[in-house]
Design a protein around this ligand. Structure first.
Ligand code: ATP
Ligand code: MG
Length: 561
């Protein structure tokens, strides 16, 4: 084993300390590459929590010049689907990780798992138990009392026979189990002769009806790891108390290798839910528009929202890997996206609540061109041409007939700068019969081309605008938190009670710079004064532009002192 010295790879953490120890000790890791795996259950789309596991699994392998497998953990014959398998692969690739040709299904090992179970029975380390679920609960004991099973001392031959007949389908679902013979008095209840096989007549998405017995996770997982030659099996903290069982299985079967399980803290983020069951509920009951709804914490949702792989990997790297569960602020995720887009996104202008501004002293039919920088942070991104004429669109809120205190935008008599072009002075407005402003009037000062005042007079406000004679129509979608409370799971009743009814606002009548007409996903822009927006990767079409607000400009994240 050797350590990667490339500074690009993930920041060190306690897992790496453990691995370093293993490498130094030699022993069971002698001559081996560090080998990890990411084992999703293909029963839903990946979310930002999975991104942490992916970065830990693939990132650790990368750091040590090792390998990381992608394994569908499909031993549980429930809702599993090729749709999910494909989506999982797409999301991992998008994050920038690669499993090469090491893609596996745990269900491919069913036969080997069965053989290892038989091996345990033969060694006197497993037995068929005829307690049903209810009796099992009744007999499980408590901290003072050991568990019991009247079948524990049944002869090996009898268990072998019954187990084989379980497989053949001779017994009812739930009528028998195979249990590991460990310690009925263990203080760790996972070690009190845990069930390792159960009878369950459910169709499996890959093996169909060929099996009616299925291995339990705690038995199956160490075997999957051992078969694949995994050296370090990294998983989340809830498996810590299962580790003795993991080790017991590895010790007692003739495993081809001896992996080590190391646990780390799950990622939780406030104002959202992360369990796949709950995410599925949101999708199936149409509270959101699919798994890739930009409000979802799924990777496909975040991608559609405009998150970049870089921003997500930087987020995961900065929150770090530890042994303590904690909840991360959603605003920190946004902060990481803003950081990336501030650097990379082109600047442009779009008006989302348009009202027309007419420059009454500007010649009719005249058009001027202005060369503006695409991104002041990256001169190499070049410039673009923006046209300017007598009429432009401005934000309705950038005009007030009777200004409130400190208002520095357009009101009769006041001057503002139309970004990059001219200083204009407001002269009035026109209203409809209901008193609503329908047009705003101003005069431009031809001496101020480029937005400068030759006489040095102060103009406080600068507003964005779009040439009304040369622009693109656009639909803009603004998003807010999906839930109104930081922890929707903590309240009484259902998490659905806390859905934010205003989490999506659709603005259909927006006006964007003509240059945006040909923009396609996954392109992101900074709309001046409004935030970072991306082209919607599903609904945006030529002639029907759709933008999602990825994140606003204002950073709501305050680092804790
Ligand atoms: P969920 O509760 O969302 O269904 P899960 O753990 O059942 O999550 P799996 O598909 O089994 O989902 O997860 C695959 C891997 O991702 C596991 O190793 C799991 O520990 C890890 N993982 C899942 N959720 C998180 C999270 N919030 N933070 C870190 N790792 C996670
Ligand atoms: Mg799971």
């Amino acid at each position: 084993m050797s350590e990667n010295t490339n500074p690009e790879v993930m920041t060190g953490n306690f897992i790496h300390d453990f691995i370093d120890e293993d490498i130094a000790e030699g022993g069971r890791y002698e001559g081996k590459k560090v080998h990890t795996r990411f084992p999703p259950e293909p029963n839903g789309y990946l979310h930002i929590g999975h991104a942490k596991a992916i970065c830990v699994d693939f990132g650790t392998a990368e750091k040590y010049n090792g390998l990381c497998n992608l394994r569908m953990d499909d031993t549980n014959p429930t809702k599993e689907d090729v749709e999910y398998v494909d989506a999982i692969k797409e999301d991992i690739k998008w994050l920038g990780f690669d499993w090469d040709d090491r893609f596996y299904y745990a269900s491919d090992y069913f036969e080997q798992m069965y053989d290892y179970a038989v091996e345990l029975i033969k060694k006197g380390l497993a037995y068929v138990c005829e307690l049903n679920a209810e009796q099992m609960r009744e007999y499980r004991g408590d901290t003072q009392t050991p568990a019991k099973s009247p079948y524990r001392d049944r002869p090996v031959e009898e268990s072998l026979d019954l187990f084989e007949r379980m497989r053949k389908g001779e017994f009812e679902d739930g009528s028998m189990t195979l249990r590991a013979k460990i310690d009925l008095a263990s203080g760790n209840f996972n070690m009190r002769d845990p069930v390792i096989y159960r009878i369950n007549r459910l169709k499996h998405h890959r093996t169909g009806d060929s099996w009616c017995i299925y291995p339990m996770y705690d038995f199956a997982h160490p075997i999957e790891d051992a078969i694949e030659g995994i050296t370090h099996s990294l998983c989340t903290l809830e498996f810590e108390s299962h580790r003795p069982l993991y080790d017991w299985v590895i010790e007692n079967i003739s495993a081809p290798s001896k992996p080590r399980q190391i646990e780390f803290a799950r990622l939780g983020i406030n104002n959202t839910v992360m369990s796949k069951r709950k995410l599925r509920e949101l999708v199936e009951n149409n509270h959101v528009n699919g798994w890739d709804d930009p409000r979802m914490p799924t990777l496909c949702g975040l991608r559609r929202r405009g998150y970049t792989p870089k921003s997500i990997r930087s987020f995961i790297d900065q929150i770090g890997v530890s042994k303590v569960n904690s909840i991360v602020e959603y605003s920190f995720l946004e902060h990481c996206l803003r950081d990336d887009l501030n650097e990379s996104a082109e600047r442009t202008m779009c008006v989302i609540h348009p009202i027309k501004l007419i420059l009454t002293n500007y010649p009719e039919g005249k058009t001027e061109e202005f060369e503006v920088e695409n991104n002041p942070n990256r001169p190499e991104d070049g410039t673009r041409t923006v046209t300017f004429s007598r009429e432009c669109w401005i934000e309705a809120e950038d005009f007030m007939e009777e200004p409130i205190k400190k208002y520095q935008r357009l009101y009769p008599g006041n001057e503002v700068r139309l970004k990059s072009t001219y200083i204009v002075k407001c002269t009035g407005c026109k209203k409809d019969e209901n008193g609503n402003v329908v047009e705003v009037y101003a005069e431009y000062d031809p001496e101020t081309r480029g937005g400068n005042t030759p006489d040095g007079r102060k103009v406080r406000g600068t507003i964005h605008w779009v040439d009304a004679n040369n622009c693109a129509d656009a639909e803009v979608r603004l998003y807010d938190n999906l839930f109104t409370v930081p922890d929707p799971d903590a309240g009484e009743g259902s998490f659905l009670d806390y859905l934010n009814p205003n989490s999506l606002e659709i603005l259909k009548n927006c006006k964007a710079e003509k240059n945006l007409e040909t923009a396609t996903a996954p392109k992101s822009f900074q709309f001046m004064r409004l935030g970072y927006f991306c082209v919607d990767n599903k609904d945006s079409k030529p002639g029907h532009l759709v933008f999602n607000r990825s994140v606003s400009l204002k950073d709501g994240f305050k680092p804790k002192k």
